[in-house]
Structure formats: structure tokens, C-alpha cells
Design a binder for this molecule. Structure first.
Ligand SMILES: Cc1cc2nc3c(=O)[nH]c(=O)nc-3n(C[C@H](O)[C@H](O)[C@H](O)COP(=O)(O)OP(=O)(O)OC[C@H]3O[C@@H](n4cnc5c(N)ncnc54)[C@H](O)[C@@H]3O)c2cc1C
Ligand SMILES: *[C@@H]1O[C@H](CO)[C@@H](O)[C@H](O)[C@H]1NC(C)=O
Ligand SMILES: *[C@@H]1O[C@H](CO)[C@@H](O)[C@H](O)[C@H]1NC(C)=O
Ligand SMILES: *[C@@H]1O[C@H](CO)[C@@H](O)[C@H](O)[C@H]1NC(C)=O
Ligand SMILES: *[C@@H]1O[C@H](CO)[C@@H](O)[C@H](O)[C@H]1NC(C)=O
Ligand SMILES: *[C@@H]1O[C@H](CO)[C@@H](O)[C@H](O)[C@H]1NC(C)=O
Ligand SMILES: *[C@@H]1O[C@H](CO)[C@@H](O)[C@H](O)[C@H]1NC(C)=O
Length: 530
């Protein structure tokens, strides 16, 4: 450790001597020329380059905006959108952007909570939208898959389900999420306790680096490869495809959903849930969801997945968690792929598996924040959340508790940049949704709940999950004098001790900070005054 920090300070000095501020003068016509020359095919050019004058520009822009908060007439718009049709187009985009000082934003599924894949207020920008790069290719034994980053996790699940009902992948719940952002930030859903994060199962990647080179794992080296499996994609490169290793699931799994309408009985279950959900057999995953019902009353539901048959599930729950009151009628056996459809609230019928491929656009605005819980909260704290959910601004709000433990306890904090492993009982997500332009009161509701919970959650640091990005944690252009010092403010919340290592990787693979956004990993070089 000593040696490492010594090395770090040498690096710091070295880079602060090296750097001289570079004049920024984006040349968009030069960029377009460069790109057209490199694409070198009159058929391809109109498929790849979209200017605001093109009829389809605004529909391409909005079709994967998943948070309407960033879709108003006042939201800044890109000067161009590029939709590569082959990996070499990504390379061309990066090379030309670098040469003509163009600021790129990479977008895969467009689910970024703060819209960073398609919006910035700071400067003119170009969106590199990977929607056309979405092939999914199985290797011979069907266990490893190359998936291009423009694919959604729904498309991936769909193809796995068609291949083999006993293979699965441990990623998120919502099928429209893009594998580009999701795997690069971690990624988790119902298989979290059994298998860990999506990024824990990435075995290789093809990326385009800041110099426009194609690199695979063997070329980029293990530190670079480590960084993109949880450190957020936007700071290091454009990931073009991931190689992942599938996991086994039984041919029959069981889903259930218990709902309670009274506060008293809900709190009793949740209280007990805090002591059981992370310790119980890792075949069992039970979430807590607090939200208002159609009748506008707050209620708790406990949707769950068990990797086995109903009979054994009921025995397990009766033994370990009888407070849940689970009965056979709450449960249904199905294949894993059907459970994916069910969890996405798209039905519970195998014939519906095609819906996993639908690329629907979200119609609501939202704001969210995340926390990690390391000691059970007093019932009074959960009761406070319940009160908040009764408030007028919380009509569409949700508070979700996701249990950790199991595999998450076995993986060390520095195996990937995602550091929230052993010691965390569960994660909380506070979400508020709304319709229409007015946003302040809904945003403030999320802040209030978050403030109120501060004393009950992980404190030093108060953790956050990069995939549930929150710009309230800070962004560049704020209070500190250097980009490094600023980046550290939210960097340690997302990455804890892995932050410094991410900065080292960043400094070595992208020293000129070509891949950057409001919360990207800084270089040591950016110790300079901004
Ligand atoms: C409705 C909804 C449900 C969700 N459910 C879950 C869930 O169940 N579990 C979970 O863990 N998370 C969940 N998330 C969060 C989700 O994992 C993150 O928002 C994730 O970053 C989205 O990836 P994307 O490709 O769709 O987003 P994008 O907005 O396209 O990208 C997100 C970030 O990654 C960067 N990026 C995207 N593609 C690449 C690439 N190819 N190379 C380099 N950088 C790239 C972008 O520049 C941006 O910074 C959900 C989000 C939403 C909106
Ligand atoms: C932009 O780039 C083009 C092509 O290299 C060049 O001809 C032009 O002079 C540049 N414009 C500016 C303003 O630098
Ligand atoms: C570009 O186009 C020219 C003329 O059609 C052709 O000779 C050349 O091989 C092309 N280059 C690339 C990289 O495709
Ligand atoms: C869009 O059209 C206007 C008017 O026809 C033209 O002046 C402008 O150069 C065009 N912009 C682009 C990016 O093609
Ligand atoms: C791979 O999947 C296909 C079905 O898509 C199947 O026919 C083939 O036998 C599988 N290969 C192996 C080695 O299991
Ligand atoms: C499906 O995968 C399992 C491993 O989970 C394997 O044993 C089986 O042979 C595969 N079946 C097919 C049809 O590929
Ligand atoms: C579980 O039940 C609640 C309350 O009825 C409902 O809102 C939620 O959508 C259900 N969850 C799933 C995954 O179906």
C-alpha cells in the first residue's frame, strides 16, 4: 500500500508537469468530412450519419430515451447522431472525433438515470448510438455468448431461452436495458444472490479505445478489462461486444408475489425480512416493493424467485421465514425464461417470450437514488418511508429493497470495480415517477426520503450504485479546484477503494480524457485546475 501511494504521487507530479491546457475547438464540418471519407460507401453513409435536418433525426433521438425528464423541448440536442452498422464504423467515429475535437456520448439502451448517454449541457456533442450492433452469437457448446452492446438484456434472455431452458444469465429485470451500459456498471436482478452481477460473468470484450484501436482482453490487459466490468463504460472506451459465460438454472423455478395492504402486517414482514433475506439459501430471492395501489393506498409486495419446485420452497419459507405467510396459491412453477417475462410484468406465459425483444419507450419522467443497508433498520425507519409514500407527490413512487448475501458475500470488493459486496444486507432504491413538465416537487420528494434515511444506511462512505446514477452526488464544474478532487467526491461512493485504481487505469488508457462526462473517472493528470 505504501509503495503504491508513493508510485501514485510520482505519477501525479509527472502528469501535472506534462499537461498544458489544450484549446478546444470542435470542427464539425471537418468531422463530417473525415467520417464520410472513412465510411467510404455512399450506401452506408446515410445509414450511419444523421443530421438534425434528416426527417428521422428526432425519432432516432427519442426512441431510446428512457427517462422523459430529458426529452423536453428545452433539453439540449446533439449536433449529430451516428448509428454504426459495423464495428469499424465505431472506430471511424472515435478516430475522427479525436482528430476534430468532437465530444462523443455513447448510447446503448438509453437507460442512464441522468440521461448522460444522450444529453449534456456543457458543449456541443455527437451521440454514438449502438442500436444496430446487436448480434448475439453462441459458441459451440452454447455456454459462452458474444453479445454486441446495442442488444438489450431482453434480447439476450430471449435467445438464451430459445436455446436451452436450463441456461440463464444473471442480469437486470427490465428487458429494455442495454447490455452496453448495464454490464459496464455491474448489473443485477433476480439471480444476484445465487450468481452475483452480470459483470462477474463477463469473460472477454471487444472495445475501441481512445486511439481508435480495436482491443480484446489479451490486447487491453487485465487492468483495463477489470475497469470496464463495473467502473461504468463511459470513462474508458466504447465497448462493442461482450463475451459472457451463461449459468445453469433448474428446468423448473417458482415465482411468487405476496401483497399486504396494512402497514402493521407489512412492517412485521419487512422487519423479519431484514434478518432473513440475505442469509437464507441463495436459491431464494425475495424483494420488497413499497408503492401505492390502484386505490391509492400504500401497500407492500414481496415478489420472489425460487430456483426449485414449489414444494421445497414452501418448506423452506415455513421454516425460515414463516412471517411472509407464503401459501401455495401465491406460487407458480415455470421455466426460468418465463420467470423473466413474469418479473418484467409482461405476463406469465411462455408464448410471450417474444415480448422480451420489444423496444418500448418509457412515457414517464423519474428521479432515483440508491443506498446500501448494513444493519437492519429500526421498524420506525421503515414506517417513515411508509408515511412518505402517503404524500401527494408520491402517487407513482416506489421504494424497492433488493437482498444481497449469497454469492455477493463470496466475491471480494476488488474483484470488479463494484465494491458493495460482503457486509451489505440489501440495497434500497428510492424512485419517483411523474407525468408532465413539473418536476421540482417530485425530485424533492426523493431527496426528502433519502435525507431521512441517512442515519440508517451505510455511512462511510454513503454508498451508491453507478447504474442508478445520481447527479446530486456531484458533477464536474463544482466546488473543488481539480477534476481529480471533484471526481473523488462521488467516485468513492460508487467505487469505494476501487476509485484510485480506476483513476490509474483511466490515466493509462485515456490520458487526454477523451471519454468523459459529468461523472466520469478523472485522470491523475486532471489534478490540474480546471
Ligand atoms: C427502467 C429501468 C430498469 C432498470 N433495471 C435495472 C435492473 O434490474 N438492474 C440493474 O442493475 N440496473 C437496472 N437499471 C439501470 C441500468 O442498469 C443502467 O441504467 C444501465 O447503465 C443502462 O444501460 P443502457 O445501455 O441501457 O444505458 P445507456 O444510457 O445507453 O448507457 C448508460 C451509460 O453507459 C455508457 N455506455 C453505454 N453503452 C456503452 C458502451 N457500449 N461502451 C461504453 N460505454 C457505454 C453511456 O455512455 C452511459 O454513461 C434499470 C434502468 C431503467 C431505466
Ligand atoms: C475543419 O476541418 C477541415 C478539414 O480538415 C478544414 O478544411 C477546415 O479548415 C477546418 N475548419 C476550422 C474552422 O478549423
Ligand atoms: C474506398 O473506396 C475506393 C473507391 O471505391 C476503394 O478503392 C477503396 O478500397 C475503399 N477503401 C476502403 C477502406 O473501403
Ligand atoms: C441543414 O439545412 C440548412 C438549410 O437547408 C443548411 O444550411 C444546413 O447546413 C444543414 N445542416 C446540416 C448539418 O446538414
Ligand atoms: C446448442 O443449441 C442447439 C439448439 O439451438 C442444439 O441443437 C445443440 O445441440 C446445442 N449444443 C450443445 C453442445 O448443447
Ligand atoms: C442445456 O444445458 C444443459 C446444462 O445446463 C445441458 O446439460 C443440456 O445438454 C443442454 N441442452 C441442450 C438441448 O442443449
Ligand atoms: C406483485 O404484486 C404487486 C401488488 O399487486 C404488483 O404491483 C406487482 O406488479 C407484482 N409484481 C410482479 C413482479 O408481478
Amino acid at each position: 500500500m505504501k509503495l503504491q501511494s508513493f508510485f501514485t504521487s510520482i505519477l501525479l507530479i509527472f502528469f501535472s508537469l506534462l499537461s498544458t491546457p489544450k484549446p478546444v475547438s470542435a470542427n464539425h464540418s471537418g468531422f463530417l468530412q473525415c467520417l464520410s471519407l472513412r465510411l467510404n460507401d455512399t450506401n452506408i453513409i446515410p445509414k450511419v450519419i444523421h443530421t438534425p435536418n434528416d426527417t428521422y433525426f428526432s425519432s432516432i433521438l427519442s426512441s431510446s430515451i428512457q427517462n422523459q425528464r430529458f426529452s423536453s423541448p428545452n433539453t439540449p440536442k446533439p449536433v449529430l447522431i451516428l448509428t454504426p452498422v459495423q464495428p469499424s464504423d465505431v472506430q471511424s467515429a472515435v478516430k475522427c472525433a479525436r482528430r476534430f475535437d468532437i465530444h462523443l456520448r455513447t448510447r446503448s439502451g438509453g437507460h442512464d438515470y441522468e440521461g448522460l448517454s444522450y444529453v449534456t449541457h456543457n458543449k456541443p456533442y455527437v451521440i454514438l448510438d449502438l442500436r444496430n450492433l446487436r448480434s448475439i452469437t453462441f459458441d459451440n457448446d452454447n455456454r459462452s455468448v458474444w453479445v454486441q452492446t446495442g442488444a438489450t438484456i431482453g434480447e439476450l434472455y430471449h435467445d438464451i431461452g430459445l436455446k436451452n431452458k436450463t441456461l440463464a444469465f444473471p442480469a437486470g429485470v427490465c428487458p429494455t436495458v442495454g447490455v452496453g451500459g448495464h454490464f459496464s456498471g455491474g448489473g443485477y436482478g433476480t439471480l444476484l444472490r445465487k450468481r452475483g452481477l452480470a459483470s462477474d460473468h463477463v469473460t472477454d470484450a471487444r472495445v475501441v479505445d481512445a486511439r481508435g484501436r480495436f482491443l480484446e482482453r489479451k490486447d487491453m490487459g487485465e487492468e483495463f478489462f477489470w475497469a470496464i466490468r463495473g467502473g461504468g463504460g463511459a470513462s474508458f472506451c466504447v465497448v462493442v461486444s461482450w463475451k459472457i459465460r451463461l449459468v445453469d438454472v433448474p428446468s423448473k423455478v417458482t415465482i411468487f408475489n405476496v401483497t399486504r395492504f396494512s402497514e402493521q402486517s407489512s412492517l412485521k414482514i419487512i422487519d423479519r425480512w431484514q434478518y432473513v433475506s440475505d442469509k437464507v439459501d441463495d436459491d431464494l430471492f425475495v424483494r420488497v416493493m413499497l408503492q401505492r395501489s390502484d386505490k391509492n393506498m400504500v401497500r407492500a409486495s414481496f415478489p420472489g424467485l425460487y430456483l426449485g419446485p414449489v414444494k421445497i420452497l414452501l418448506e423452506l419459507v415455513n421454516r425460515e421465514f414463516p412471517e411472509l405467510g407464503l401459501v401455495k396459491e401465491d406460487c407458480k412453477e415455470m421455466s426460468w425464461i418465463e420467470s423473466v417475462v413474469w418479473f418484467a410484468e409482461l405476463g406469465d406465459d411462455e408464448t410471450l417470450i417474444d415480448v422480451l425483444k420489444e423496444r418500448t419507450q418509457a412515457s414517464l419522467s423519474f428521479k432515483a437514488k440508491s443506498d446500501f443497508v448494513q444493519e437492519p433498520m429500526p421498524v420506525m425507519a421503515i414506517s417513515k418511508i411508509w408515511r412518505r409514500l402517503e404524500e401527494e407527490e408520491a402517487e407513482l413512487a416506489q421504494v424497492i429493497f433488493t437482498p444481497f448475501g449469497g454469492k455477493m458475500n463470496e466475491i471480494s470488493e476488488n474483484f470488479t470495480p463494484f465494491p458493495h459486496r460482503k457486509g451489505n444486507i440489501y440495497e434500497i432504491q428510492y424512485l419517483n415517477y411523474w407525468r408532465g413538465e413539473e418536476k421540482e416537487k417530485y425530485m424533492r420528494w426523493v431527496e426528502r426520503v433519502y435525507d431521512e434515511m441517512s442515519e440508517f444506511v451505510a455511512k462511510s462512505p454513503r454508498g451508491a450504485y453507478i447504474n442508478l446514477r445520481d447527479l446530486d452526488l456531484g458533477m464536474y464544474g463544482g466546488v473543488k479546484k481539480s477534476k481529480y478532487e471533484e471526481g473523488k467526491i462521488w467516485g468513492v461512493k460508487y467505487f469505494k477503494n476501487n476509485f484510485e485504481r480506476l483513476v490509474r487505469v483511466k490515466t493509462s488508457v485515456d490520458p487526454f480524457d477523451f471519454f468523459c462526462d459529468e461523472q466520469s473517472i478523472p485522470t491523475f493528470r486532471s489534478l490540474d485546475v480546471i
